[in-house]
Design a protein around this ligand. Structure first.
Ligand code: P53
Length: 483
């Protein structure tokens, strides 16, 4: 089949904490992500993200237990970025989505001046992309609030962190406006509610009750909403191109398990709380009515300052980006919650799932694109989509990943259909062009790339890069636009 849109952007996405390594080079400081060890996984379908106490995480700084902390090492992109960008170019990618580690730019969180070594590193990476003819989309915060900000301010629950983030963004606009094509202030902003450690840089074990935790999580999220709006406001003043600011939401599409109306309304409520709320605030510029009811019923009270509503209203996103990996089902009773390691939704008997219980659903992508277009009429960008698999190099030093080719091709087909539906969707970055450390499980062996990286879960290996079969498939797709 032929892909019908000529000027569509095609590429791959990564995140600093999952690729860079070099955690103690160039002046970088730690983040909570780098305090979470790799622990052998007993049940891949169970929910992960850590589970360490604050004490255990702080012990990790001196590595008292002699554990391996994968996000300190990543895939050594910090030293190998030239080789990787050359491979991205060879694959035919015309856009690369990556993130900047805040802790490389402001290692103490509140430094007066930015860290030159950090600025230099990213300038080199961006220039390498430009030389390769690859556009750049940058995430400013991909789960990696500097630990110094956790320590001194309590992470995002403290309103002062808004100003620190805006200052960081100002530095990025000053330094990189000429080499960055699109900015996403926050990755998967809804993760603030799922994990305060990953989303907000706040220790989960600091909370005494569920209500206290949820209250803090929504307050921290509010600060991120305001920070994002202020960054957009500033970016529009400072950057040459005024329409390059987007949001990013983890989009798990769900269906009612059956046609029982009580399940349909349950699904509607679930979608409002888990995804629409986040898009509504950043695309429409206001808290929707259903969330106000949810807050009242759950005893959550957001503290706002006078201007907050105006700031949100006046600084909505130019485009909407989201990650899409899977779908799930929702029912009032009898749902099987153990459908996946990050989704609390239920199983769908019509879908197959990965080893981690992520249910593969290409049509769900078209459903989501239609829903978002109807709700927002803003350009859409799929900033993550892909499949994690346990893989080994074969005797020819490659991986015959036909399942990945199948996964990607079927999703491309649904994007094509969405374009025929009349939807303005302008780009796609697969997760990932190259194997990386998993965000949720810290495994290296949960591989997403079309490039294999020779490291195991303990960072043993040469780190050498090898093309999988999907690399050649993608390269051919970029030449012919046939999939
Ligand atoms: P891993 C939850 C649901 C969907 C996507 O995830 C998610 C998450 C959080 O893990 O995260 C995004 O590596 C995230 C990436 C991450 C990728 O999906 O757990 O933006 O950093 O690596 C895949 O398999």
């Amino acid at each position: 089949m032929k892909f019908i849109k000529d000027d569509f952007l095609w590429g791959g996405a990564t995140a600093a904490s999952q690729v860079e390594g070099a955690y103690n080079e160039g002046g970088k400081t730690l983040t909570l992500l780098e305090m979470k060890p790799f622990l052998p996984i007993k049940n891949r379908k169970a929910i992960h993200f850590g589970g360490q106490t604050k004490e255990e995480m702080l012990d990790s700084i001196e590595n008292k237990q002699n554990l391996h902390y994968p996000k300190r090492f990543g895939i050594d992109f910090y030293h190998r970025y030239k080789e990787d960008i050359a491979l991205f170019k060879e694959a035919g990618m015309n856009i690369y989505r990556m993130s900047i580690a805040w802790s490389r730019i402001f290692p103490n969180g509140d430094d007066e001046k930015p860290n030159e070594a950090g600025i230099d590193f990213y300038r080199n990476v961006f220039e390498e992309c430009k030389k390769a003819g690859i556009k750049v989309m940058v995430t400013m915060h991909h789960f990696d609030t500097p630990y110094e900000i956790t320590k001194k301010y309590g992470g995002w629950t403290n309103r002062k962190v808004i100003d620190l983030f805006v200052k960081y963004a100002k530095t990025l606009f000053e330094e990189f406006d000429d080499v960055v094509d699109f900015w996403l202030p926050f990755n998967e902003i809804n993760v603030a509610i799922w994990s305060t450690e990953v989303g907000l840089g706040v220790f989960e074990s600091d909370f005494k009750s569920k209500n206290e935790r949820d209250q803090a999580a929504y307050q921290g999220l509010h600060h991120q909403f305001i920070a994002q709006a202020k960054v957009i406001e500033l970016g529009k003043k400072m950057c040459k191109l005024k329409t390059k600011f987007g949001c990013m939401v983890a989009n798990i599409t769900t269906y009612a398990l059956d046609c029982n109306p009580i399940n349909e309304i349950e699904n509607l409520k679930s979608q409002q709380i888990s995804r629409w709320f986040f898009y509504d605030v950043v695309a429409k510029g206001e808290y929707p009515t259903y969330i106000k009811r949810y807050f009242t019923e759950n005893n959550i009270n957001i503290i706002m300052e006078n201007d907050d509503e105006k700031v949100l209203k006046n600084n909505t996103v130019d485009f909407i980006s989201f990650s899409y990996y899977m779908s799930a089902t929702v029912a009032v009773q009898g749902k099987d919650k153990a459908s996946g390691n990050v989704s609390t939704g239920g199983k769908n008997p019509f879908l197959e799932a990965t080893e981690w219980g992520w249910q593969i659903d290409p049509i769900g992508l078209r459903v989501s694109l239609n829903q978002m277009w109807d709700r927002y009429q803003k350009p859409l960008f799929i900033s993550e989509n892909g499949i994690g698999v346990l893989e080994n190099l074969d005797s020819n030093n490659t991986v015959k990943d036909d399942y990945r080719i199948d996964y990607l091709g079927k999703h491309f087909e649904q994007i094509n259909e969405a374009i025929k539906d009349g939807i303005d969707v302008f780009g796609y970055t697969m997760w990932t062009p190259i194997d990386v450390v998993s965000a949720s499980t810290n495994e290296m062996s949960k591989r997403y790339g079309m490039i294999y990286v020779d490291y195991d879960d303990y960072h043993n290996g040469t780190g050498n890069r090898f093309k999988k079969k999907s690399f050649n498939w993608f390269q051919n797709f970029m030449k012919t636009k046939e999939f």
